[in-house]
Design a protein around this ligand. Structure first.
Ligand code: IPE
Ligand code: IPE
Ligand code: MG
Length: 228
């Protein structure tokens, strides 16, 4: 039996290329970020329909603070609006929201909004949507190692148990849009045996059919995990 997800339980996406999408249209970068939010909506809906259990989306990295203050403010504003305006949609589509990264260090109004959204969607079951906000994998690994050390056990299992993604299925497929071929400090531990898929499509142009194309590629990969 083939299913649209081809057995992929957890898919992560580095949503890159919003700025270039806007530039191509002679629009300000924020227009690209707005179009990116629309793409998020469509992809989250499609992921649920495809039976993907968990999706992790890289929305703001711990390195994105290096951007001009105006752009950072635009991104935070869009994030707030997305969470607020899509709560009903999450309920309708049975999406459980999760946030990974050092999000508690964000502005108090963002933290409060996130806490409310986490609580309101905590009973949803079909898809988990993990949004990586103020996320850096190296920061996550330091936090996980510190938490593991506090229990007196530093082992692979103990570190894995303290990652932000500890309660999610193993990462199957990691997608990056916009033609960049790097991980930019995203899910470094979790991608140890994930399949990687790079596409030139800019994030605002990424459609459910493109997600399906990535999954179809995934279906043809031979995952050996070091064995034969
Ligand atoms: C991705 O698009 C969105 C974030 C990093 C927040 P970019 O803003 O990085 O777009 P490009 O890479 O400049 O085209
Ligand atoms: C990665 O994209 C971060 C997000 C998509 C949120 P960047 O655009 O920040 O990555 P670099 O700077 O090109 O590596
Ligand atoms: Mg970029």
């Amino acid at each position: 039996m083939t299913t649209p997800n081809h057995g992929a339980r957890h898919v992560a996406i580095i949503m890159d290329g919003n700025g270039r999408w806007a530039k191509k249209r002679l629009l300000p970068r924020v227009a690209g970020h707005k179009a990116g939010v629309e793409a998020v909506r469509n992809i989250v809906r499609a992921a649920g329909d495809m039976g993907i259990e968990a999706m992790t989306l890289y929305a703001f990295s711990s390195e994105n603070w290096k951007r001009p203050e105006d752009e950072v403010n635009d991104l935070m504003g869009l994030m707030k609006r997305f969470i607020l305006s899509d709560l009903d949609e999450f309920a309708a589509n049975d999406v459980k929201l999760k946030v990974i990264g050092n999000w508690r260090a964000l502005a108090p109004d963002v933290v409060a909004l996130i806490e409310n959204a986490l609580e309101r969607t905590s009973g949803n079951k079909r898809t988990t949507l993990a949004v990586a906000l103020n996320y850096g994998a190296q920061d996550e690994l330091v936090r996980a190692a510190q938490a593991a050390a506090a229990t007196g056990e530093i082992s692979e299992a103990a570190i894995a148990a303290h990652l932000d993604t500890a309660d999610m299925p193993p990462l199957d497929l990691l997608i990056r849009t916009s033609g960049e071929v790097r991980l930019s400090n995203f899910l470094l531990w979790q991608s140890a045996y994930a399949e990687l898929y790079f596409t030139d499509i800019l994030w605002p142009d990424f459609k459910p059919a493109d997600l399906q194309a990535a999954l179809d590629h995934f279906a043809r990969r031979d995952r050996r995990y070091g064995g034969l």
